[in-house]
Design a protein. Structure first.
Lengths: 372, 372
């Protein structure tokens, strides 16, 4: 979601924010007047935002239409119901579940809640929009460089833990690299973190991995009360615009982060959709299959173009190129929107999976623009 | 909306929060399992939350159903479109409009943005949920008692302005009193506030007043860059569950408050509904007429029961009673949900307008419970 230009998140534009949102201006998107209210303009292949255009599920769409006339009522009962469903699946209490207006709200709340307790320790490159949010409010950020293969340096992070560190924040699979930290390695890491330091794992893309049960660390919540896991309905459920995310944590940490939320934790339509699709495995199976198909097409095209990519376990691919901003511009000239450079990482170009026909256009254009 | 029990806002329950949310437990609401996902259970007259069950508008409902399949896309274009519509109506620039996940998010963001610049100066009784949110994060709150007639003491507030004050926050019409501050009096007040102190007017109920153009101070934004006006789609538009609110301010203040928002400023359904109904005067005329009809019924019943009420310019009435908590309990025994005491103000009982048939039940019960 990193190139969203919402005023909300660019209000206090900093160098960091400019980095996070660099994609849009460079992509020469059509002017707002020419665009439909929701989704890309006709002819535009929107592969820059890690959206999943195969959602929402048909059950979610039906539930939203049915709930629309009830939009006049505050939606707290539905939020409680969704929290109970999530708690049941993960074997935790409902008080350990926090529902937010997207996981972005929750991650921001967490960063604010702990910002005065020490530095936020995190990888040199990850989805840091909410850490940068807190940084603009005074949080200190301590970064550990990625390893040469672009994976997260867990040993380096352990070595960086000191009295200055207030919390740890990872994203797994990582964004924008698409690389998965092995579940066992991550569990070993969590076990070695001092228990007074919260470890936040953003699992936005976890359901898209090859072995979700192995990749996810939610089962470690019982043994490690300092663990916080954030999830979202934006990715496998294809509900990015509907703004429903959640976190699992100890009751004490759930209460603390919940006290920083500013919204009421979801909206009528998003909650109706989340409740209707949470157990809809027919849809999630379909959704994941389309994403894997698109990812396979991209990886094939990358190989055929003589390029390489980081191993992807999610709905985007991090492709090694000569000049990511030049590739972005060349794609934009063909109405194909992808990401440009992430700060200093101009040798890597992120492309999201999307509608198969849009991914096909990317794949056909790649050999022409790879030398850009 | 003050008895919403969302975990988000009661996470760090304090005395202040307990006050703000006291209503629900006391009202003996049906258990969650017995309740529908959205709206009250069958047989329950829900008159405790200042909701408007006559919304959303038919155009909004249609727009939500049409937008549902597009929920997979981030909704920033729609948010920008809505901001442009609001800006055009008020003759300000789009950069002066901040869209939030309900005005609650925006009011919370404002309170956080200014909390370190001094005390928040506000009335002794008003909709202070977001001020209490900031207070739990360290904000100082300086209250000016209401006048004996329960109206806001503007002269007292002017007299309370000192070097310790960082911002001023009012709600007009006020909640829970329902009393309107005259537009001219409020404009004179704003003109006397030192220009370095932001004045935040929460106009959640402004469209429900007898003379909205006179009551609202949005026309003063040009002359007073320190003025901030918050509005919502929750009330006259009947969209409480859909979480769309906004604020109008100077570009600098809009940027500052926007930098504190945690959500992306709206969701697919809420934005679709807001855009579809913003200019739907047929609906707002109908909606307001139903609210005024219900309010008239309540005021008649109050008079017939030998009671008095504060003059109401909104969709709720503040009724003088012997014991608000006892009245709340007696009403709850009849499956009629209203508010209990606001802290020390146990001589005042707030009832919202709602479905005419529900208001009728309240009116019929009032003589029986008035002596409670």
């Amino acid at each position: 979601m990193d190139d969203i230009s919402r005023r909300a998140l660019i209000g206090a534009a900093s160098a960091g924010t400019a980095l996070a949102f660099a994609g849009r201006a460079g992509a020469q998107a059509p002017t707002p007047a020419a665009r439909p209210l929701f989704g890309p303009a006709p002819g535009v292949a929107q592969l820059s935002r890690n959206e999943n255009p195969y959602g929402p599920s048909p059950k979610a769409i039906e539930a939203m239409a049915a709930a629309a006339p009830k939009g006049s009522y505050y939606a707290d009962v539905a939020a409680d119901r969704l929290a109970a469903m999530i708690a049941e699946r993960h074997g935790v209490s409902p008080a350990q579940v926090v529902i937010g207006s997207g996981s972005t709200e929750i991650l921001s709340a967490i960063a604010l809640a702990w910002k005065d307790k020490g530095a936020i320790l995190c990888p040199g490159l990850f989805w840091d929009t909410t850490v940068l949010y807190a940084a603009r409010k005074g949080a200190t950020v301590k970064r550990v460089p990625l390893k040469p293969d672009m994976s997260v340096d867990l040993d380096g992070m352990l070595a960086a833990i000191g009295p200055d560190v207030g919390m740890i924040h990872l994203c797994n699979p990582n964004n924008p690299t698409a690389i998965l930290i092995d579940g066992d390695a991550l569990r070993a890491f969590i076990a070695r973190v001092p228990p007074h330091i919260p470890v936040l794992i953003d699992e936005a893309y976890s359901e898209l991995t090859t072995r979700p049960d192995h990749a996810s660390v939610t089962a470690s919540l019982k043994a490690h009360p300092n663990l916080i896991v954030a999830r979202t309905f934006s990715k496998i459920y294809g509900m990015a615009g509907l703004r429903i995310g959640y976190a699992l944590a100890s009751e004490a940490n759930a209460e603390l982060m919940g006290s920083y939320l500013m919204s009421f934790g979801g909206n009528t339509a998003g909650l109706a959709a989340a409740i209707a699709s949470y157990d809809d495995t027919a849809f999630t199976t379909f959704s994941k299959a389309r994403i894997l198909e698109a990812r396979g097409m991209i990886l094939d095209a990358v190989a055929k173009a003589g390029l390489t990519a980081a191993p992807s376990e999610t709905n985007f691919v991090f492709v090694k190129v000569a000049d990511a901003n030049a590739v972005q511009r060349a794609m934009a000239a063909r109405n194909i929107l992808i990401r440009g450079a992430y700060g200093e990482w101009n040798q890597w170009s992120r492309v999201s999976t999307g509608r198969i026909e849009d991914v096909k256009r990317y794949c056909e254009a790649l050999p022409q623009v790879a030398g850009a």
